[in-house]
Design a binder for this molecule. Sequence first.
Ligand SMILES: Nc1nc2c(c(=O)[nH]1)N[C@H]1C(S)=C(S)[C@@H](COP(=O)(O)O)O[C@H]1N2
Ligand SMILES: [Mo]
Length: 223
Amino acid sequence: MHNKAERLKKVSPKLPAVPAEIAHRVPPGQTVTERFPILHEGDVPEYELSTWSLRVFGEVERERSFTFEELSKLPQTKILRDIHCVTRWTKLDTEWEGVKFADLLPLLGAKPEARYVMIHADEDYETNLPLEDLLREDVILAHSYDGEPLTDKHGWPLRLIVPHLYFWKSAKWIRGIEFMKEDRPGFWERNGFHNYADPFKEERFSSEEFIMPEDEWLKKEFD
Ligand SMILES: Nc1nc2c(c(=O)[nH]1)N[C@H]1C(S)=C(S)[C@@H](COP(=O)(O)O)O[C@H]1N2
Ligand SMILES: [Mo]
């Protein structure tokens, strides 16, 4: 078992009350913050945009890659959504802009048998999702946050945003989209985290013995 999951086997104190107007937007066990915590494994990668590419492979008619410029020419979508991290912070009304996954799908040549997707990201990060979830109206490959290009630490040049699942599914520094017939667990999903990750059902871990301390996220860098 991975260290982080091990460390989380601890008990937590009580959460502060959530104002009534926003209570329905805050999943159980979450704390609302104005901060934007920065969480990832490994180093922040550096890129030249001219050599960056996004590779599409697996259950596809033909493998292909997109340059950043190709993606910039596709229709752009803005979303305003709440995000929820498994370490218990929730940030309301975050604004992202990029290419809607559903708009990209017709260009990807996925075979009809492809029901799951593995998102590949730097450095050696991957996370799995049902294709159906990626087709929701608010799932985008984002290049901007709050009207500005992503900062390096938040995933520049491109990250996935899947607002309806815990934020570890929203891979930063994405480099590949792999279509799969069968589901396969990604990095955190292999290391004690839930396979699907619905925050409103508190699908944090794959086993009941793990507990996320209240103050885990307060120890992280943020901006
Ligand atoms: N490539 C990559 N993406 C990643 C991670 C990572 O370790 N590597 N961590 C995930 C986790 S656990 C979280 S909570 C969010 C954090 O995004 P943020 O730093 O922009 O808040 O990124 C997700 N995407
Ligand atoms: Mo996370």
